[in-house]
Design a protein around this ligand. Structure first.
Ligand code: GLV
Ligand code: MN
Ligand code: MN
Length: 422
């Protein structure tokens, strides 16, 4: 494959960057926060509204919009050969509780910009082209992340996904039905020729190096854990320090250990405690129970395994010394992913055809592409974000970079359209 494929395939078509930026600002109003971010947790009223926006926008471009039994939305533009599986693009429209306007959204609306460019030019592809809005990529409300693309790829069963509960005990399946998106089409019964996902980098590398495009070669390994520490509720004024079973104090020591383990396996290891519930959470009660999460990541699965072993040993020591009960479960294991060389070559050729400054990069964040890589040739395109900041209401990206990413997405898709099933 060479860039000649890209130049043959609709080489003069480009996306409308202004319309793409307008879409980003318009959808950011759905769940928009006073600080300029977005709070659009999966399967909430805000999620329902943005799904309706997505369906209307795609329908206006002549696409047929459907959703499957996990609520994943598919907007399909027909190709010349209806017997071919679709070349797909996608990402997610759900956000973190204090999320930004770009994480996931750039991938979906960038795909919409591709559909708009094809529609405006009347260009006919061989394959159908599909844009996918995945349900619950973030994992912020229902753990783990990438839940519905995981069901699509056969990583999780649909039943286990439907039975996941949020921290208020609401079932995923019930929340999905409540917003009207429990579709009839079985999730995963949907052949795909290739999958391309555009995303902001969510880290500082592209911006620091003055690169417009990240050619993503893979995704690092990640594991999530849930821990419950059990001590004893007791009076803060009368219980001597030597007679306490303080679950929060033990949690604090474990949090320190998570950081120490990541630093010990550096420079590319990271470890985070992002969710913690302290009970009974009263200022004059020694905390008797703490629930919290741990997130460990590294590009090499062997290092992730070593981090887990190291951390488990430290945690055992901490709870034993403190006389605290421990329940610990690994609730997610997403191994490192290596993307498809031919799809990466399509992205590289597309990038070169525009002359955008670029570098290869491994994703530190999880993406639906990580699971799609199990069922179809897959890769991703990154664009810079300001200061590398993400999962933050101040998350920001430049309109020109976002448009460049969508242009690369467009040409990579058109290149794959020529290359695949030829
Ligand atoms: C998804 O946002 C992740 O946790 O990387
Ligand atoms: Mn994302
Ligand atoms: Mn995210």
């Amino acid at each position: 494959m060479s860039s000649s494929g890209v130049l043959q395939a609709g080489g003069n078509i480009t996306v409308d960057g202004t319309a793409l930026w307008t879409d980003i600002l318009e959808t950011a109003r759905i769940g928009g926060t006073p600080k300029g971010g977005v709070r659009r947790l999966t399967l909430t009223e805000e999620d329902r509204q943005v799904r309706a926006w997505f369906a209307a926008a795609c329908t206006a471009l002549g696409c047929t919009v459907t959703h499957d039994s996990m609520g994943n939305q598919f907007a399909r533009r027909p190709g010349r050969d209806a017997t071919l599986p679709p070349i797909t693009m996608g990402s997610h429209l759900d956000t973190q509780p204090t999320g930004g306007k770009f994480d996931g959204i750039v991938g979906v609306l960038g795909g919409l910009a591709v559909l708009r460019a094809l529609h405006a030019s009347g260009f006919e592809t061989r394959h159908p082209i599909e844009l996918i809005n995945w349900t619950n990529e973030e994992g912020a409300r229902f753990a783990p992340a990438m839940l519905a693309s995981g069901v699509f790829a056969g990583v999780f069963t649909e039943q286990e996904a439907l039975d996941k509960t949020d921290r208020d005990g609401i079932r995923f399946g019930d929340a999905l039905a409540a917003i009207g998106y429990r579709g009839e089409a079985p999730c995963g019964d949907h052949p795909v020729a290739a999958y391309f996902e555009l995303h902001i980098e969510q880290g500082p590398i592209l911006e620091a190096e003055g690169k417009t495009i990240g050619i993503v070669t893979g995704v690092q390994g990640m594991r999530w854990y849930e821990l419950t520490l059990t001590g004893r509720d007791s009076h803060a004024g009368t219980t001597p320090m030597t007679m306490r079973a303080d679950a929060l104090l033990a949690a604090a020591r474990i949090i320190e250990a998570v950081s120490a383990v990541a630093l010990a396996h550096g420079p590319n290891a990271v470890g985070t405690v992002g969710l913690l519930e302290n009970r009974p959470n009263s200022r004059n009660v020694v905390p008797g129970e703490v629930f919290f999460s741990i997130d460990l990541r590294h590009p090499d699965d062997a290092v992730v395994a070593a981090m887990e072993a190291d951390l488990r040993a430290r945690i055992e020591q901490i709870v034993t010394d403190a006389g605290i009960g421990l329940e610990m479960a690994r609730v997610w294991d997403s191994p490192a992913v290596h993307f498809d060389p031919a799809c990466i070559a399509s992205v590289r050729a597309a990038t070169d055809s525009f002359g955008y400054p670029a570098r290869d990069i491994v994703s530190g964040a999880g993406h639906d592409a990580a699971y799609m890589a199990r069922v179809a040739p897959t890769t991703m395109v990154f664009v810079p974000c300001a200061g590398g900041l993400s999962h933050n209401e101040a998350e920001s990206a430049e309109p020109g970079d976002v448009a460049a990413g969508a242009n690369v997405l467009l040409r990579a898709v058109l290149d794959a359209d020529i290359r695949l099933d030829a």
